[in-house]
Design a protein around this ligand. Structure first.
Ligand code: SF4
Ligand code: SF4
Length: 76
């Protein structure tokens, strides 16, 4: 089995949904993840990564986040 050695980390100190989208509070990173691994239970709430194991570290969510609140972690 192949394990991904890159995954996204959300920095909850920087993530403020109603600052990056004052109108809807919707997380643009959630929409950017084609694997649907990021979820936001309600607009205005911080997103969560559903599975580190399935995240491929593609960085689409990083690029979509207006507040630089997501980064890619690399394992060994
Ligand atoms: S790095 Fe890619 S696969 Fe992982 S959560 Fe972000 S957009 Fe999805
Ligand atoms: S786009 Fe970034 S700052 Fe905005 S809610 Fe999503 S993770 Fe948080």
């Amino acid at each position: 089995m192949v394990h991904n050695n890159k995954w996204s980390i959300i920095d909850f100190e920087k993530c403020i949904p109603f600052i990056c989208d004052p109108i809807s509070g919707e997380c643009s990173a959630v929409r950017a993840c084609s694997k649907e691994l990021l979820i936001q239970e309600e607009p205005g709430e911080m997103p969560m990564l559903l599975s580190q194991a399935f995240c491929v570290g593609c960085g689409k969510c990083v690029a979509a986040c207006n507040l630089q609140a997501i980064y890619i972690e690399r394992g060994i």
